[in-house]
Design a protein around this ligand. Structure first.
Ligand code: UDP
Length: 381
C-alpha cells in the first residue's frame, strides 16, 4: 500500500515522533509531505523515510483562530492543496497526522479520489481548541474513512464535539523497549556531566508551554528538601517565549537558581530519563496521550503524572506510577517526598511499569494494529 502522510510541523512534537514509527514500515512506498521545513525533516531522513517539504509559506491559522481567520487561511492554502492533489494521485491513501494536514488532506482526498485517514493526536476540547476549529476539524474528520485516536480521552472528546463514533479506532503510541535500555556506567556519566551525582533528580520532559505545567513543578520544588533538583528538558517549540521568561522569573523569586537546569531540546531522552530519580508530568489541561509517561516507564524511572486525559489510561497509581491532581503543587511535593523516603517501594513500582509498558506499548503491536486497520480499509474501498 502506497501512503502519502501529511504533517504540518517542521519540528518534532509528540505527533511527529509517533509518525516516524507509523511511517517506518512503509518506508519503501510512502512519502511524508510536510508544511514546514525544520529538524523533523532531518529526523525522517535519518530514519530513511522519504520526505518532502511541500510549501515555504507559513500557515497562519492557530488553535484558537476564529471562523474568518480560518477561511482566510484556506484561500492561502490553495497552491499547497493543488500540489497535494497532484502527488496524491500516485498514492493509494492520504494519512493526515495533524489538524492542518486534515484540512489539506480532506480537500485533496476529494479531488484526487483517494481515501483519507485522520490520526487525531489531540483532545478536541474548549481548553485546547476554539469552537470554530473544533467544528472544522470534526466536519472534515467525519468525511474520512477512518479516524485513529491516541487514547480513550481523545475519542471521547472527538465524539462529544460531534465526531462519528463508528469511524474511530484507538491506537496508543508505540515504542521500541530496546531503545530505553541503558548501562549503569553511561547513566552515572550523565549525572556527573550534569554535576548532579549526589542529588535527587526530578526530570520534566516536554516542550516549554504553559499547559505543560513546568511552573507547577517549580512551585512544588520550593517545598522539597534541598537535595531535590529539577531538570527541564525541552524547548519552546511553538514560540512560547513569554512563558520561558515567566519560568525564569519564578525561579529567581523562589531563589531556586541552583536547583533548576534548563537543558533545551535533546535527542537522548532515554538516557536522560534513566539518569533521573523521578520523571514528573505536570500538564494542567488534559493530556491526549503523554508519550513522556510511557518513556519514563520504559526507562525504568518512576513517574508521576497529572491525573487527567490519556494519562489516567497509562498510570495505575501505586502499581506502575503515581498520579497527582493537575495544577496541585502540594500533592506533587508529597509524592516527591514519598519517592525519596520509600525507595524500595518506588523501585518496585518502576520495575512493574517497565515490564508492563514493554508489552502494552511495544511498537510492533502498534504497527500491526495500524496495518490491519489500513488493510481493512483497502478491502472495503
Ligand atoms: N522530547 C524530545 N526532546 C525533548 C523533549 C521532549 O525528544 O527535549 C520528546 C519526548 O520524549 C516525547 C515527545 O517529545 O516523545 C513529546 O510527546 P508528548 O506526548 O509527551 O507531548 P506532545 O509534545 O505531543 O504534547
Amino acid at each position: 500500500m502506497k501512503i502519502l502522510f501529511l504533517d504540518q510541523s517542521g519540528k518534532p512534537g509528540g505527533a511527529e515522533l509517533c509518525l516516524i514509527d507509523i511511517a517506518k514500515p512503509y518506508q519503501n512506498d510512502c512519502l511524508v509531505g510536510l508544511f514546514a521545513d525544520g529538524s523533523f525533516k532531518d529526523l525522517l531522513a535519518k530514519n530513511h523515510i522519504p520526505v518532502q517539504v511541500l510549501t515555504d509559506k507559513t500557515i497562519q491559522v492557530k488553535k484558537e483562530s476564529s471562523f474568518s481567520q480560518g477561511l482566510a487561511s484556506i484561500t492561502q492554502l490553495a497552491p499547497l492543496i493543488a500540489k497535494v492533489v497532484k502527488i496524491a494521485r500516485n498514492y493509494d491513501l492520504i494519512y493526515a497526522n495533524t489538524q492542518k494536514a486534515l484540512v489539506v488532506g480532506a480537500i485533496a482526498s476529494f479531488f484526487s479520489r483517494r481515501p483519507l485517514v485522520f490520526h487525531l493526536h489531540d483532545i478536541l476540547s474548549p481548553e485546547h481548541f476554539s469552537k470554530t476549529n473544533r467544528n472544522i476539524s470534526v466536519a472534515l474528520a467525519n468525511r474520512a474513512s477512518l479516524v485513529i485516536v491516541n487514547s480513550e480521552a481523545s475519542k471521547k472528546a472527538f465524539i462529544e464535539a460531534g465526531g462519528k463514533a463508528e469511524l474511530v479506532e484507538i491506537v496508543y503510541n508505540g515504542f521500541d523497549p530496546q531503545k530505553y535500555i541503558n548501562n549503569e556506567t553511561e547513566i552515572q556519566q550523565v549525572r556527573q556531566k550534569l554535576e548532579l551525582e549526589d542529588k535527587f533528580i526530578v526530570g520534566h520532559f516536554s516542550r516549554l508551554a504553559p499547559w505543560k505545567g513546568q511552573h507547577i513543578l517549580i512551585e512544588a520544588l520550593a517545598k522539597c528538601p534541598s537535595e531535590v533538583t529539577v531538570i527541564l528538558v525541552g524547548d519552546a517549540l511553538f514560540g512560547e517565549q513569554d512563558y520561558v521568561k515567566q519560568l525564569h522569573q519564578q525561579i529567581d523569586q523562589l531563589k531556586l537558581q541552583n536547583r533548576v537546569k534548563f537543558l533545551g531540546f535533546r535527542n537522548d531522552i532515554p538516557l536522560l530519563m534513566a539518569a533521573c530519580d523521578l520523571v514528573a508530568h505536570t500538564s494542567t489541561s488534559p493530556e491526549p496521550f503523554g508519550r513522556v509517561i510511557v518513556e519514563a516507564m520504559l526507562s525504568g524511572t518512576p513517574v508521576v503524572a497529572a491525573a487527567s486525559g490519556g494519562a489516567v489510561e497509562l498510570v495505575e497509581p501505586g502499581i506502575n506510577g503515581f498520579l497527582a491532581t493537575p495544577g496541585n503543587p502540594s500533592e506533587l511535593t508529597e509524592i516527591i517526598n514519598t519517592c525519596i523516603q520509600d525507595k524500595q517501594k518506588t523501585d518496585a513500582i518502576a520495575q512493574e511499569a517497565r515490564n508492563s509498558a514493554s508489552q502494552r506499548f511495544h511498537v510492533a503491536n502498534i504497527d500491526r494494529q495500524i496495518a490491519q486497520l489500513l488493510e481493512q480499509l483497502s478491502v472495503s474501498s
